[in-house]
Design a protein. Structure first.
Length: 253
């Protein structure tokens, strides 16, 4: 019989998308890249596999791969216009795109590919993104986000909470979730997956709703403002229900 640690690890590995140049996720992104190059033209600075995929926290229940579409900040275009221009471009080609908070999702080779249009300062790694939910431009550093999570040693726990989020259909933006898990497990030991998931659930149950969480690359960007009080309450209630039930097959499966 599996221990709870073994069970939790088996579920994480079942859904975790491992970054690899020969992976189906990588090939799905490669198929889209020529189209993006045609759209971006002279304004395109580069295309990078990013987000959860680069952090090794992507799960197949949500996005399979993220592509950062870096554009020249000196182009003079507003991020809102850039975001919707890319959406219309993909729609005109019958690719059936769907908008998310800061990305545009489409299917490629049967997988979800999230395109993140961003203007990048040539003198730094800072990016400007359009947040559809708030309607505002957000300034951040996606490269710093990737390094923070990829070097945290908490990828298994983050994946577990993303699986939990998807299984019970919670709205919990990924960067906000990642920063919350890192904070919740700040003093917890490594290598104890099940205990750390429970520690994270306790944090979500009792402290999450009141906690202010800022973007580690820009303190002025308050991630916790991206969710309504109702959304936060739903997350806290779901965490309490999971702790009360104590059935691992109802926490992640």
């Amino acid at each position: 019989m599996l221990t709870v640690d073994q069970y939790a690890a088996s579920i994480v590995e079942k859904y975790r998308v491992i970054p690899d140049t020969n992976s189906t996720s990588h090939h799905a992104a490669d198929k889209i890249i020529p189209l993006i190059k045609q759209w971006g033209k002279q304004h395109l600075l580069g295309l990078t596999l990013s987000g959860a995929y680069a952090k090794s926290t992507a799960i197949s229940l949500s996005s399979d791969v993220d592509v950062l579409v870096a554009l020249d900040a000196a182009s003079g275009l507003e991020m809102k216009a850039i975001f919707w221009s890319l959406f219309e471009y993909l729609s005109d080609r019958d690719l059936n795109p769907h908008t998310r908070d800061v990305s545009i999702r489409l299917r490629s080779k049967g997988l979800n590919v999230d395109l993140i249009p961003a203007c990048r300062d040539r003198e730094s790694s800072r990016h400007a993104l359009f947040n559809k939910r708030s309607g505002k431009t957000v300034h951040t550093d996606i490269t710093r986000h990737v390094h923070l999570v990829a070097s945290s040693g908490r990828q298994q726990e983050i994946c577990a909470f993303k699986i939990w989020r998807e299984r019970i259909s919670l709205h919990f933006p990924s960067l906000y979730l990642e920063c919350t898990v890192l904070h919740a497990l700040g003093t917890e030991r490594y290598g104890q997956l099940a205990d750390n998931i429970l520690a994270g659930l306790r944090y979500l149950s009792h402290r999450f709703e009141q906690a202010a969480v800022s973007d580690p690359a820009n303190p002025d960007n308050v991630l916790s403002n991206d969710l309504s009080a109702t959304d936060k309450q739903a997350i806290a209630t779901a965490a309490r229900d999971a702790l009360y039930d104590e059935n691992w097959k109802k926490i992640i499966w």
